[in-house]
Design a protein around this ligand. Structure first.
Ligand SMILES: [Mg+2]
Length: 129
């Protein structure tokens, strides 16, 4: 089954980096720079996993997370946060976020975490064959 991932971040550079890395893993990627576009994509595409920035102008990460989980209750969400956002991280965890990565994060760790949660396979499985 084709696995789809939605990247939500207001920073273009982060979206592009994550898209490039995760496409190499074989995922179909959607991106959104804000909450409104993110929710449209969630409704339409029902992605397997959402990588969600906490600090986004307008609707913030927590608000997006609430809406996303209302739309697709079992959707998997990994948060991307800034240093010191402990209260927000706690709230996101209570809302069912699986993990969080503090920016600047290690891209290999993030990739492993995504693979782990989407595929439920060991991180070392080679998909390149
Ligand atoms: Mg941001």
């Amino acid at each position: 089954m084709e696995q789809t991932i939605l990247i939500v971040d207001d920073q273009y550079g982060i979206r592009v980096l994550l898209q490039e890395v995760l496409e190499k893993e074989g995922y179909t990627i959607f991106q959104a720079p804000n909450g409104h576009i993110a929710l449209e994509i969630v409704k339409k595409e029902k992605p397997s996993l959402v990588l969600l920035d906490m600090k986004i102008p307008g609707m913030d990460g927590l608000e997006i997370l609430r809406h996303v989980r209302n739309l697709v209750p079992d959707i998997k969400v990994i948060m991307m946060t800034a240093y010191g956002e402990l209260d927000l991280i706690k709230e996101a965890t209570e809302l069912g976020a699986l993990a969080h990565f503090t920016k600047p994060f290690d891209i290999d760790e993030l990739r492993s975490c995504v693979n782990h949660h989407v595929r439920a396979l060991p991180d070392s499985v080679d998909q390149s064959a």
